[in-house]
Design a protein around this ligand. Structure first.
Ligand SMILES: [Zn+2]
Ligand SMILES: [Zn+2]
Length: 495
């Protein structure tokens, strides 16, 4: 609802967060609103100033500088303001009588603290909400398996539009088959061609307004898969994606937790013994499209030089995922290139992450009934591609969680990764051995001094395992044992 009582426009996430905040503030309680990055924070700040006025809130981010951050921290602690906006550090804002913590774009990995072991801000928010009896609102275009697990346990209640209504306000989504397969049949083909549907969609879109072309960043090491059946090549012991390393002219397969595969690889699905690495072809795109639409204004927005917004006039907008300029009146169309590249990262979250990025791009496109179209270029048999076509992040998250339960990965297990001198990792045995259901992988060597040990246990035993590991680290530092040890709990990716 708008302050005047009307209904907010679809996709107005900032308005939604501020409405939730207004309800708690109106009841006399304080509120933390979290966003993943500076761009989102600037948008939220502008809207909060409009709605609540200057001086009604403070911001907390790592970029503020210590003096300002401290001043804002104090203002919150003293109760001078009851509303804090910020990035992941804001989750610790010392507000008294907390009524609501809201996390926008909960799947964004900006919420994961790179200086581990601090946990993911969404997890801290959930913990604070339960301890301080405050409301918790997690929102986004995608849905993580972690949030699905909180739903399954009844900690969260889903708030979503009925599928029919979501499809009515969302764009029409279609799939164009990637030429990857064609390239495989003819490995001598010099460059893969973009499917002709891409040109048709862009041409039709340009006659109505700006067209977004999402181009995945180059440089992902691709996830290996079976040549025969395309099942991903995962570690037979722990289930993590295997990586290929060339050593002495030979392809050697390595698991980030268990180390090199002891024998030759064999597909668990079909028994095949040949591997394929999906084609990565990104740089060709900008040139090829530029040639095809020579009279069109081209806007490029990458991580390092991001363009914040584009107008309503026709333009070809090339952007990496997460750097899409916000269109004044919606994109007429969006083309999501190289779905296979997004899905081929050797990361258990690749599917979840790809779908979140695609849905975010789709949210910037006009409704299907006014011609808004999304074309994804990839394999229609891939489950995240199907979930995009159906605009169904909830179904995708439910399947993802089932899979994590079967393979025992977070949130269906707790994963602790220790890296440091071998002797320290051997000492760690005293910490994990007594934990019921704990299994260990490694230690495997990372370099001359450093080794990696991965320990997995049931979620209920996680707190005990982490406590034991922390005690071990404290003892090591007390007796000044040589070498640093890094502890990570449920890292976003091992490696
Ligand atoms: Zn196979
Ligand atoms: Zn393994």
């Amino acid at each position: 609802m708008e302050p005047g009582g009307g209904v907010r426009a679809p996709g107005d996430w900032a308005g939604g967060l501020l409405d939730a905040a207004a309800a708690s503030l109106g009841g006399g309680r304080s509120v933390i609103l979290m966003v993943p990055d500076a761009t989102a924070l600037a948008a939220l700040e502008a809207r909060a100033t409009e709605q609540f006025g200057d001086g009604s809130f403070v911001t907390l981010t790592a970029e503020l500088g210590p003096a300002t951050r401290y001043r804002n921290f104090l203002a919150a602690a003293r109760g001078d303001v009851r509303l804090v906006l910020g990035t992941r550090a804001a989750v610790y804002a010392p507000l008294p009588d907390l009524g609501l913590i809201a996390v926008w774009d909960e799947g964004n990995d900006a919420y994961a603290e790179p200086r581990a072991p601090y946990p993911h801000a969404r997890e801290v928010a959930a913990l604070r909400a339960s301890r301080e009896a405050s409301g918790l609102l997690v929102a986004g275009y995608g849905r993580t398996a972690e949030v699905e697990a909180l739903l399954a346990r009844g900690w969260l209640v889903p708030l979503a539009l009925p599928a029919q209504q979501a499809r009515r306000i969302g764009p029409a989504v279609k799939v164009a088959v990637d030429s990857d397969r064609a390239l495989e049949r003819d490995p001598n083909a010099r460059a893969a061609r973009l499917p002709h549907e891409v040109f048709a969609t862009i041409r039709a879109g340009l006659s109505q307004g700006p067209v977004l072309v999402q181009v995945p960043r180059a440089g992902y090491a691709p996830r290996l898969a079976c040549q025969a059946c395309r099942a991903p090549a995962d570690c037979p012991r722990c289930g993590q994606p295997l990586r290929g390393e060339r050593a002495a002219g030979e392809m050697r397969l390595t698991c980030p937790s268990c180390g090199p595969l002891p024998g030759p690889w064999r597909c668990a699905e079909c028994g095949g013994t040949r591997l394929r690495a999906p084609q990565v072809g990104v740089t060709r795109t900008a040139e090829e499209l530029g040639r095809a639409f020579p009279q069109t204004r081209v806007v490029q927005s990458w991580g390092g030089r991001r363009v914040d917004a584009v107008g309503a006039e026709s333009a070809l907008v090339l952007a990496t995922p997460g750097a899409e300029p916000i269109p004044e009146a919606g994109y007429a169309a969006a083309v999501l290139l190289d779905a296979g590249v997004m899905l081929a990262r050797p990361d258990l979250r690749a599917g979840e992450e790809a779908l979140r990025r695609w849905l975010e791009a789709a949210s910037l496109v006009r409704p299907g009934e006014t011609g808004g179209t999304v074309l994804v270029v990839g394999d229609a048999a891939e489950r995240p591609v199907q979930a995009l076509v159906r605009l169904d992040p909830a179904g995708a998250a439910a399947r993802e969680l089932t899979e994590r339960v079967q393979t025992r990965f977070p949130p269906a297990a707790r994963l602790v990764v220790l890296e440091g001198p071998r002797a320290a990792l051997e000492d760690a045995e005293a910490a994990w051995r007594p934990v019921p259901g704990a299994e260990h992988f490694g230690p495997i060597p990372l370099d001359d001094e450093s080794w990696r040990l991965t320990v997995r246990c049931p979620p209920a035993e996680g707190a005990g395992l982490v406590r034991g590991m922390r005690t071990l680290l404290a003892e090591r530092s007390a007796r000044k044992a040589p070498g640093a040890v890094r502890l990570r709990v449920d890292p976003q990716a091992v490696g």
